[in-house]
Design a binder for this molecule. Structure first.
Ligand SMILES: Nc1ncnc2c1ncn2[C@@H]1O[C@H](COP(=O)(O)OP(=O)(O)OP(=O)(O)O)[C@@H](O)[C@H]1O
Ligand SMILES: [Mg+2]
Length: 474
């Protein structure tokens, strides 16, 4: 079975469908399964087949759990456990034969192994590299995001209990816990993917999980420019120049708009000679430089103790003699310490912020500074912000799923109480095509950034043509 068939199943596109049980094999093992699977031309593989397979599987799963000593399972290595499960399935099927062929039996074994060890039905989705987000709304409704679009899958859990068991496995594996008294949890899978789970009583319709996949091969600037058309070569040149010239920048955008991806790419232009400290809630940045110290926050433990927040990490980072500090996302009072760092010699520091446009990003920062309880007057706050940050990059996720850098603005100073900004590049959407895809163009506004001087001093010389406002880029 090829990856394509698998995707058809997951998205409910079932033209030319194969027997359903084959489709349920984890993708990474499906090649061997299809090699021996009899080629049937059945097109009747419908929901009932899925149900039948799920029933056999969960029956066997339960029977195994009944038969084996759970404590002894815990002390086994993964390999031992896989062998034990395989043996158990064989025994159970001998005692009580099920209407499945040899290939399906092996698939059953693998599915049960994965469930007892890993993420259960989610393993299948995790194995599909084109899936970027997995959104489990309930045990029976699971969406994935692929190429920026949401698709309903046919993957499902047996019931709420089943889903809960998998959630418990995920979070306990990384030393977190989830129960009625703490029904929300953020965790990171061994492969770096981010998981958020919420269970009742907070989640009204049963346990729910959102997994933000970790791209095995992170996007590069070239992918953003050429493949995704998220920005132009000119904009990319400017941004990379700014990063190299140690200009403090903030990447603003909505959820999933590509902020972290861009931060990661821009961090790639930091010279290897510089010492970088990263601060994140859930480590996502993948810096390639040798001189990097990564710090991650910690939630409080069961007694409410031991929390280490971004603010504490920020303060600590300042004592580590960093050349640059990269903060994954600024969310609260740590904004004060971050701006201070940017103002006091840790130039070229970057972060992201959740905001709808560049102005909004500034007012969000003001709110965050207020959260620190310093009681600074508004004007003083704005002065802090203007002197610390030079450029605001706005990322947007358009209605059709495309990610675009819709604006690059320079913070030029203050007029009275107002922060002044000038836009250097903008994206203008002009409409949508027949398939609902946004149509528009990027353009330079014709304004040259005031920090050109600083760029030049840092050896970054940008040609005038870069800022030519008569050019339109699709
Ligand atoms: N320019 C782009 N074009 C296409 N896909 C992108 C682009 N940038 C990021 N992505 C993809 O979009 C998803 C979200 O990206 P990312 O995590 O960078 O967004 P974010 O704004 O940081 O999200 P969050 O709000 O969760 O922090 C990822 O799967 C990523 O691979
Ligand atoms: Mg992010």
């Amino acid at each position: 079975m090829g990856m394509l068939d698998l995707r058809d199943l997951l998205t409910g596109r079932r033209d030319g469908a194969k027997p359903i049980a084959h489709d349920l094999a984890p993708a990474n093992t499906s090649a061997s399964a299809s090699a021996t699977a009899p080629q049937t031309s059945s097109v009747s593989a419908a929901d009932s087949d899925v149900e039948a397979y799920i029933q056999i599987k969960s029956r066997l799963h339960l029977q195994i759990l009944e038969r084996v000593d759970l404590a002894s399972l815990e002390s086994m290595t993964e390999l031992q456990l896989r062998r034990e499960i395989s043996t158990q399935v064989d025994w159970l099927l001998q005692e009580n034969p099920a209407p499945i062929n040899d290939a399906e039996r092996r698939m059953l074994v693998r599915d049960i192994q994965n469930e007892m060890l890993g993420l259960g039905p989610l393993e299948l989705l995790m194995a599909d590299a084109s899936v970027s987000d997995i959104l489990v709304n309930s045990y029976r409704q699971i969406y994935v995001e692929r190429h920026g679009r949401l698709e309903l899958t046919k993957v499902r859990f047996t019931d709420d209990q089943h889903l809960l068991r998998i959630i418990d496995k995920i979070v306990s594996r990384v030393g977190r816990r989830i129960d009625e008294s703490s029904p929300m949890v953020d965790a990171r899978l061994p492969d770096g993917s981010r998981v958020n789970a919420v269970i009742p009583p907070i989640a009204l319709d049963g346990p729910t999980v959102s997994i933000r996949r970790f791209a095995a091969i992170p996007l590069k600037m070239n992918d953003l420019v050429k493949t995704h058309r998220s920005l132009t070569t000119e904009m990319a040149t400017l941004l990379q120049g700014l990063a190299r010239a140690k200009v403090n920048m903030i990447i603003s955008g909505g959820t999933g708009s590509g902020k972290t991806t861009l931060l990661n790419i821009l961090s790639g232009t930091i010279p290897e000679t510089e010492r970088i400290v990263t601060i994140e809630d859930a480590a996502e940045l993948q810096l390639q430089q040798p001189h990097v110290i990564r710090l991650e926050t910690r939630p409080p433990n069961i007694e409410g103790k031991g929390e280490v927040n971004q603010r504490a990490l920020m303060r600590n980072a300042l004592r580590m003699r960093p050349d640059r500090i990269l903060m994954g996302e600024v969310r609260g009072a740590e904004a004060v310490d971050m701006l201070q760092a940017m103002n006091t010699g840790h130039e070229g520091s970057m972060t992201t912020i959740h905001a709808n446009n560049s102005r909004d990003a500034i007012s969000r920062l003001e709110n965050m500074i207020s959260m620190a309880g310093l009681n600074l007057p508004l004007k003083a706050m704005r002065q802090q912000i203007t002197s610390a940050i030079s450029v605001v990059i706005q990322a947007n996720r358009l209605a059709d799923g495309q990610r675009k850098i819709t604006s690059i603005q320079e913070i030029t100073g203050m007029e009275g109480d107002v922060v002044t900004m000038q836009e250097i590049f903008a994206y203008q959407q002009t409409g949508v095509d027949a398939r609902g895809k946004a149509v528009g163009h990027f353009m330079a506004t014709g304004l040259r950034p005031k920090i050109t001087e600083k760029l030049r001093n840092a050896g970054v010389d940008l040609p005038d043509a870069l800022f030519d406002s008569s050019l339109r880029y699709e």
